[in-house]
Design a protein around this ligand. Structure first.
Ligand code: RNT
Ligand code: ZN
Length: 421
C-alpha cells in the first residue's frame, strides 16, 4: 500500500520538474478542483427512466449489455450516484433527464412540474450538487414514429412544445432552489430512416417549435438553454432534422448554448477543432464527453487522442469559462458505477494533463515559427510525471487514488448491487 508520505514525496519531485518548465502545479490543482463535471444520471439505469418503460428505449438510442445491478428506482439511482461521487475528486453536478420524474408514470410529459422532481432537487441540495436538466423527447408513444418537434401532426408538435416549455421552467426552479445555474439541453431524435423527399419542411417546423419553446423569457442566472445536434441515429440514418448546421445557425441567431457531443460527427471530424470556431458565434458550448467507436456508440470515456485534444483546446484557448462539461455515454456491460467513475476521472485527468502544459512557451515557439521545438516539447510532455500530481490531487481532495476505488466498487457490488434482481 502506498502511503501518504510517498504520495507527497513523489509530488514534490514532480512539482520541481514542472516548475523547471514554468508550470506551478499548486496553481494547476487549485484550478482543477474548481472544474465541475455534470454526471449523467442515465448511465446508472441504461437510459430506462422512471416511467415504467424500462427496456423500451427509443429515439434511436441503444444500450447493450446486461450487467447485473441496474438501478430500478429513484432511490437506488441516487444511492449509486452518491457512491460514484465519493470516488471522484472535486465537486460535481447531476445531469437529470425529464423522464426520471418520480410519478410512477401517472403524469404525462406535457404535465410535469418541479414538484415531480423534489426528491432529486432536495437530494442535490443536501449533497451540494449543481444540477442540469434535459427534456426527454424519446421513449414515449408520441415519439414512436421518430418525429417530435418536427412532426407533421400539429397536435403532436404541440404536446412536445408543452414538454419543452415545462422543462425550462423546471430548469429555472432547479437553478433558483440550488442557487446555481441549470443548463437545460434540448436533444430530439427527429429524422428519417430512408431518403426524405422534403428536407425543408421538417426543419421549418423544428425552427417554429423551438421558437415556441424558448418564447418565455427566463432569468439566465437560473436557467440557460442549450441545443444538441446529431449526425444520425438508429432509424434516422438518411436524415436528421436537427443537424449540426441547423443548430449552429439556431444557437448563433438565438444566442443559445450549442451542445457538441463527441459522438455526433463524422468519424474524422473532431470536436476539439470546432470549439474555437463555434465560440466565435455562440455564447457558450455544452460538451457531451463521449467515446464513439465506429459510430455514436456511447462507450465509456477513455483517455484517448480525441479527449486529450478537447481538453488541451479548452486550456490553450482559455475556453473553460464558456464551455460546460457533461458526460454522455451508457455501457451496460460493466459495473455502472465504475462506468461513471472511469469516465469522470479520465476527463479530469485529461484536463490536468492539459493544465500542466507550459502553453505560453509553446505559443511563443509557434509565433516564432519554431515548429521543431514545438513538436519536441509537446511530445516530451507526455512522459512528465503527471501521475504523481494526479495522485496528490486525489489525496488532498480526499478521494481514493487510482487502484484504490475499484475495491470499494467491488464491495458495493457485493453489498448492494448483487441484491437487486
Ligand atoms: C443522443 C444525445 C443525447 C442523449 C441523452 C440521453 O444521441 O447524445 O444527449 O444521449 O439525452
Ligand atoms: Zn449527447
Amino acid at each position: 500500500m502506498v502511503t501518504d508520505r510517498q504520495i507527497e514525496a513523489a509530488y514534490r519531485i514532480a512539482q520541481d520538474r514542472y516548475a523547471q518548465l514554468g508550470v506551478d502545479t499548486d496553481q494547476v490543482l487549485k484550478r482543477l478542483a474548481k472544474v465541475a463535471i455534470s454526471l449523467h444520471c442515465w448511465q446508472g439505469d441504461d437510459v430506462a427512466g422512471l416511467e415504467g418503460r424500462a427496456g423500451q428505449l427509443g429515439g434511436g438510442l441503444a444500450v447493450t449489455g446486461n450487467y447485473p445491478g441496474r438501478a430500478r428506482n429513484g432511490d437506488e439511482l441516487r444511492q449509486d450516484l452518491q457512491f460514484a461521487y465519493s470516488l471522484i475528486p472535486g465537486r460535481h453536478r447531476l445531469n437529470l433527464h425529464a423522464f426520471y420524474a418520480e410519478t410512477d408514470g401517472t403524469v404525462d410529459r406535457d404535465a410535469i412540474g418541479p414538484e415531480h422532481y423534489s426528491n432529486w432537487i432536495f437530494w442535490a441540495k443536501d449533497n451540494g450538487l449543481g444540477m442540469d436538466f434535459n427534456p426527454t423527447f424519446f421513449s414515449h408513444p408520441k415519439a414512436a414514429d421518430g418525429m417530435t418537434l418536427a412532426h407533421p401532426d400539429k397536435a403532436i408538435r404541440r404536446f412536445w412544445i408543452e414538454h419543452g416549455i415545462r422543462c425550462r421552467r423546471i430548469g429555472q426552479y432547479i437553478g433558483k432552489t440550488l442557487g446555481q445555474t441549470c443548463i437545460t439541453n434540448v436533444w430530439i431524435p427527429d429524422g428519417m430512416k430512408d431518403m426524405p423527399v422534403d428536407r425543408v419542411g421538417p426543419r421549418q417546423r423544428l425552427l417554429e417549435s423551438l421558437d415556441a419553446i424558448f418564447q418565455e423569457q427566463l432569468d439566465p442566472y437560473f436557467n440557460l438553454d442549450a441545443v444538441e445536434s446529431k449526425l444520425f441515429g438508429i432509424g434516422s440514418e438518411s436524415y436528421v432534422v436537427g443537424s449540426h448546421e441547423f443548430y449552429l445557425g439556431y444557437a448563433a441567431s438565438r444566442s443559445k448554448i450549442l451542445t457538441l457531443d463527441m459522438g455526433h460527427f463524422h468519424p474524422t471530424e473532431s470536436v476539439s477543432d470546432k470549439l474555437s470556431a463555434v465560440l466565435m458565434w455562440v455564447p457558450a458550448v455544452l460538451l457531451h464527453v463521449s467515446r464513439p467507436v465506429r459510430w455514436d456508440s456511447d462507450h465509456v470515456v477513455a483517455i484517448n487522442d480525441d479527449l486529450l485534444a478537447v481538453t488541451h483546446e479548452l486550456i490553450r484557448g482559455e475556453l473553460l469559462d464558456r464551455v460546460y462539461i457533461a458526460l454522455d455515454y451508457f455501457d451496460a456491460t460493466i459495473n455502472r458505477i465504475a462506468a461513471w467513475v472511469i469516465g469522470a476521472r479520465n476527463t479530469l485527468k485529461a484536463l490536468l494533463l492539459a493544465m500542466l502544459e507550459p502553453t505560453e512557451q509553446l505559443k511563443q515557439m509557434e509565433l516564432d515559427g519554431n515548429y521543431t521545438e514545438r513538436l519536441a516539447m509537446v511530445e516530451e510532455l507526455k512522459t512528465m510525471p503527471f501521475g504523481a500530481v494526479w495522485d496528490y490531487h486525489c489525496l488532498t481532495e480526499q478521494a481514493p487514488l487510482d487502484h484504490q476505488w475499484i475495491s470499494k466498487v467491488r464491495d458495493y457490488e457485493e453489498r448492494v448491487l448483487s441484491r437487486r434482481s
